[in-house]
Every structure is written in structure tokens, then in C-alpha cells.
Write a protein that binds this ligand. Structure first.
Ligand SMILES: [Zn+2]
Length: 326
């Protein structure tokens, strides 16, 4: 049910009152900056910069000791699993704002962009506290996802001396999802607009070639011409030797499932749900994000052998997918 102009005015007045409001009291991180967390983060991110984990190398660097990767900033104050609580019974001002919009029909939420800034490197022992303010709510906007409001929060990270060490802005679109179209009956099928296709990946200077190879039926892997190291996703420079010269090979398509997640919601048009999003270790040694098809989500097992193939969407878009190996 669309809101009347009076109801919308009332809603906007209510939500605007949230702008400038902290979402709650400042919150201290559960642990001080520490080496085990830094090591684990670097391992997962495959960041091998020794200033983050090798005490001797770090001592001889400009930092004079181990520092935390700046991009880890948010990790020091993450709430953990308790974060899942709060959307039915709002626990802070941000939840309350979201619930007001949800109750008014703006049920969709979509993260749109984030910006981070770092003032200084954190070192083991630093204690990080976080405070978040609802910084901005846009006018109502019409977007591809539906009509809604962009809500920007600004989070400030401070240390044990109350000095800012960095910030992060985060913007979400809280929107009324576009109405699903009624199913086409036989007679009216021709009058129905075409079924929407999948959202296409961004293709730029560094990666368009990869998709062009996929369209030819291959799963390509970029190869350094300097040292022969394979890499994925495509990028201009070799992380091992610094060479900018490269060519590519075609993967055999053989791989094993490194990890996966099953996506049920939000259900965007153009996709079959649930999606089994799979991180695949290719036999050649690189890793690829893909989808697993031809497999019951309950039967998926980490380590299972997979075979790659090129799937062609109805609109002709070619995409590598994997299925369990026979
Ligand atoms: Zn190289």
C-alpha cells in the first residue's frame, strides 16, 4: 500500500530526526590489537607483508615493530555473533531507524558504498573504541532496486588516548522492492517484458580480456611472463616478481571446493535461488569465485571434486560454473 502524501511527510519528519544522532554509546573492542588476530587476518587475506607478522623484519622496517594492516581497522571492534540480534527488537538508533522504514514498506536493504580513512598504524596493545553517527539520509530516490532512502553512517575509531585512528562511512539503500511481475499466462506471454538477466560483472581494462576468453568457452588463468606464476583475479602486475608482462593459459576445469555459502536472500531477478556460491581451488593452483550447479545444497562438502563448464544465460552471457565431478 503506497503511503499517502501526509503519511510520507510524517515518515520523513520522523526519519530526519535521526540525522546527527549517535546510534548508541561508544563501544570498546573486545580485545586489544594483538598479533594472533593480525596473523590470522593476513593468512586469510594472503597478505604476506612481513611488517605484520615477522618481528625481526618489522623491527628493521620504518615502523620499528609489528603493526596491524590498516584495512583490519573494523575487525578490532566487530561485535561477533551477537550482531544478529536487534532487527526484530531494535537495540540501537540505527536499528530503530531501519525498523521505522521497514514498517513503512521500505523492507529492502542494500549496501551501496563505503569509504575508509586511516590516521595512523595500530600496534599490538592499542585499544580501539568505535562510535557511529547517522550522518545523512538522502531525499527519496528512485533506483533500479526500488524507491528508497540512502542512509549514511559515519564510524570513528579512537585509541586509548581518545585520538582518532581512522574512520569508515557506510551507505545503505533502504527501499521498497519493485513489485514482482505476475506470472505470464500463455495468451499474454508475448506482451510480457523479457525476463531480466543477471547483473553483469564490471569489465575494465584489467579484466575484460578474461570475460572475452570465457565467451570463447575457456576458463582462463593469467600467467606472469617474468616468472610464470599464475594469478587470479586478473590484475596488471605480478605480486611475486613485479613484472607487468603476462599471458594466460586455459584451466583444465578440474578443481576442489575450498569453501562455500548458500544464498537464499535477497532474491534478485535474473538468478536461480538458492545460489551455492563456491570458492574453487583450481588444479592449476589459483582460486576462483563461482557457482555450484547440479548439486543439492545439502550435499555440498568442502573438499569435493568439481568440474568447470561454461554456462550460457538466456541473454547469451557466458559464465564459468562448477558441478560435482563424476
Ligand atoms: Zn612474476
Amino acid at each position: 500500500m503506497p503511503l499517502s502524501p501526509e503519511q510520507k511527510q510524517e515518515l520523513e519528519k520522523t526519519i530526519r530526526a535521526f540525522v546527527g544522532r549517535p546510534i548508541g554509546p561508544p563501544r570498546a573492542g573486545r580485545d586489544a590489537v594483538n598479533e594472533p588476530m593480525i596473523r590470522q587476518w593476513c593468512e586469510v587475506m594472503e597478505d604476506r607483508n612481513p611488517v605484520y607478522w615477522d618481528a625481526a623484519a618489522a623491527k628493521n622496517s620504518v615502523h620499528g615493530g609489528i603493526v596491524a594492516p590498516p584495512a583490519m581497522l573494523g575487525a578490532w571492534t566487530m561485535q561477533g555473533w551477537e550482531m544478529r540480534l536487534g532487527y526484530d527488537e531494535p537495540k540501537n538508533e540505527e536499528h530503530r531507524l531501519h525498523k521505522i522504514l521497514t514498517d513503512a514498506g521500505y523492507t529492502g536493504v542494500l549496501g551501496t558504498d563505503t569509504e575508509q580513512g586511516f590516521t595512523r598504524y595500530l600496534r599490538p596493545g592499542d585499544e580501539v573504541t568505535v562510535s557511529t553517527v547517522i550522518a545523512d539520509i538522502s531525499e527519496e530516490k528512485a533506483t533500479g532496486a526500488g524507491v528508497g532512502y540512502f542512509i549514511t553512517t559515519r564510524t570513528t575509531f579512537t585509541d586509548q588516548n581518545a585520538e582518532e585512528v581512522g574512520f569508515e562511512t557506510f551507505r545503505v539503500l533502504k527501499f521498497i522492492p519493485s513489485q514482482p511481475r505476475p506470472a505470464a499466462s500463455e495468451s499474454s506471454a508475448a506482451a510480457q517484458p523479457q525476463k531480466p538477466g543477471r547483473i553483469k560483472p564490471p569489465m575494465g581494462h584489467d579484466n575484460a580480456w578474461w570475460w572475452e576468453e570465457v565467451a570463447k568457452g575457456k576458463i582462463p588463468i593469467q600467467r606472469c611472463k617474468g616468472c610464470g606464476k599464475l594469478r587470479h583475479p586478473p590484475r596488471p602486475m605480478c605480486g611475486a616478481c613485479g613484472s607487468m608482462e603476462w599471458d594466460h593459459i586455459a584451466a583444465s576445469g578440474k578443481g576442489t571446493l575450498h569453501t562455500f555459502t548458500v544464498i537464499h536472500y535477497p532474491q534478485f531477478p535474473g538468478y536461480e535461488f538458492p545460489i551455492i556460491a563456491a570458492l574453487v581451488d583450481l588444479q592449476e593452483g589459483t582460486r576462483l569465485m563461482s557457482s555450484l550447479t547440479g548439486c543439492d545444497p545439502k550435499a555440498v562438502k568442502i573438499g569435493m571434486k568439481l568440474t568447470g563448464e561454461i554456462q550460457h544465460d538466456e541473454d547469451g552471457f557466458a559464465l564459468p560454473v562448477f558441478r560435482p565431478a563424476k
